[in-house]
Design a protein around this ligand. Sequence first.
Ligand code: SF4
Ligand code: MSK
Length: 644
Amino acid sequence: MGDNEKRMRDEASQEALGAAEARGVVTALDRYESQQPQCRFGKQGICCRLCSMGPCRAITTAKGEKIGVCGATADTIVARNLLRMIAGGAAAHSDHGRDVAHTFLLMARGEAKDYGVKDEVKLRQMAAEYGVETEGRSSQEIALSLAETALAEFGQQEGELKLAARAPERRQEVWRKLKVMPRGIDREIVECMHRTHMGVDMDYRNILRHGVRTALSDGWGGSMIATDLQDVMLGSPLPIRAKVNLGVLSEEKVNIVVHGHEPILSEMIVEASREPELLKLAEERGAKGIQLSGICCTANEVLMRQGIPSAGTFLQQELAIATGAVEAMVVDVQCLMPSLPEAARCFHTELITTSPKARMPGVRHIEFDEAEGFDVAREIVRAAIEKFPERDKETVNIPKHTMDLVAGFTAEYVFRMLGGSFRPSYRPLNNGIIEGRLRGVAGVVGCCNPNMQPVDYGHVEMVKELIRNDVLVVQTGCSAIACAKEGLLAPEAAFQYAGRGLQEICEAVGIPPVLHVGSCVDNSRILAACCEMVKEGGLGEDISELPVAGAAPEWMSEKAVSIGMYVVGSGIFTVFGTPLPVEGSPAVNEYLTKGMAAELGATWAFEKDPIAAAQMMIEHMNEKRTALNLRPMMYEEREAAAAT
Ligand code: SF4
Ligand code: MSK
């Protein structure tokens, strides 16, 4: 295995990397190495190719400035590039939200017969927030009005996004004062593209403030709509036990791996994989059943609602294929490696694209159609089954590693669990913080990146350091999967890794010290939880007063940048592992890491060492605790007293 131990942290991936090498599968880690050294100008964000007078590089040196042909400075170029990243990330999340809202509309019209309203309570709550009349109306009628109102927010030109009203009044005032309250979702994204066209916005602060506005339209708009309508239509998650890592693939069953981000089709694939007729067909083809698993956030979606195991993170997608045991990898949108067809060609694996927005040359395409959701899913499952006889059993190499976890935590149902079923409220969570059992809450989210090796190290070490210091951790995306592989999302982790105060709370309520709250769009659940904490009282009037922090130790995608910006914009201090590509502009860097505090009550920070980053978050929580006049941490105080 040799060097693979230095490349990826978990043993399953180390073994699979070995198997991939043996079968000639080139992975992202190999290609990352072949890209070294990577472009310094790109890394610093100072390369501009917005018009054909360029490409230009703007460099700030001690001797002066090298500026673009048009006269653009490094500050302008760096800020424009960052804004375009935010636009890309916000567009991805929000287009996901739009598609969910569209399916919701078809469902309400009776044109998507396989979907229905599964969470009536949440439907009515959302209807109230959107000002939709519920009195005397059927859930179908309410759903129709809600779908139309939510869809209208994408093209809304003025006013404020409805769900932004969930934020504490103080936060809304901050946004209005700074003129960053999002007006409409598409509008903010389009404006990013306009402002960054050659010769438009040149003031880096003005550019980045629009970045905040656009990102807020993602977090409090597109992503929040996606999460909430998915919950209504597919059911709100509840705590559920499951397994994670490549070992969830089966040697004896047909393996279908769903990958990407959207759960609308994959929920149907779950149902189809349980259909007796298809199970019989699998048996006829020599398999002992159908094993469904997932990669990335489609995995998180079906894990949260159905307990379907996760085969792994973003950087395990090629490794899953390299086991030689995958009959079909079914992809929808986002975080799909363009290398997948090449990897699949080494085996019998059928790669199947399903979205008209995300096709791959030479790859089988079975297009998803909301009106025929279940039938499309059946066709996909059947295609996978038919591949089983082609599996070369001699060369199958599934690493035998899995880990147990509990997933399915949401802002509405599960933090309230802390209050028990008789008095469900956030009071016990707030009290835990006020009394000094819990230091605070951290959201640790985001991707895996070959530029942070061994991969997963950043997530795991950061989270261990946080829970050791009595910080309750909530997670989404690949970060959640990375920590689940380490066993941190199992209730037993509290006894092994958590500080005493956190341990007591976990024990009393029966929760792990690290809570899986879902996929990338479900970071909106973390915002919702922060709002509930403020509403519950005793921890200040605004999110920026809470002892909370955010982090993405191994981020890679534009979506992560949008998430980071809306988390900071919501008042939460946020640490990224590798820096944003802004180091070419000391002014932009300074604004993000210091200047934003005066405007938004929060800043960015960049720290590659996950333990140092966790300490920054802990320090931040301590400062917030002091500002709120909270008690010292209970056990630290007792230990200090005992020592004197
Ligand atoms: Fe160069 Fe200015 Fe054109 Fe950018 S917009 S490529 S800096 S000339
Ligand atoms: S899947 S965006 S690699 S978290 Fe949401 Fe993972 Fe990052 Fe994709």
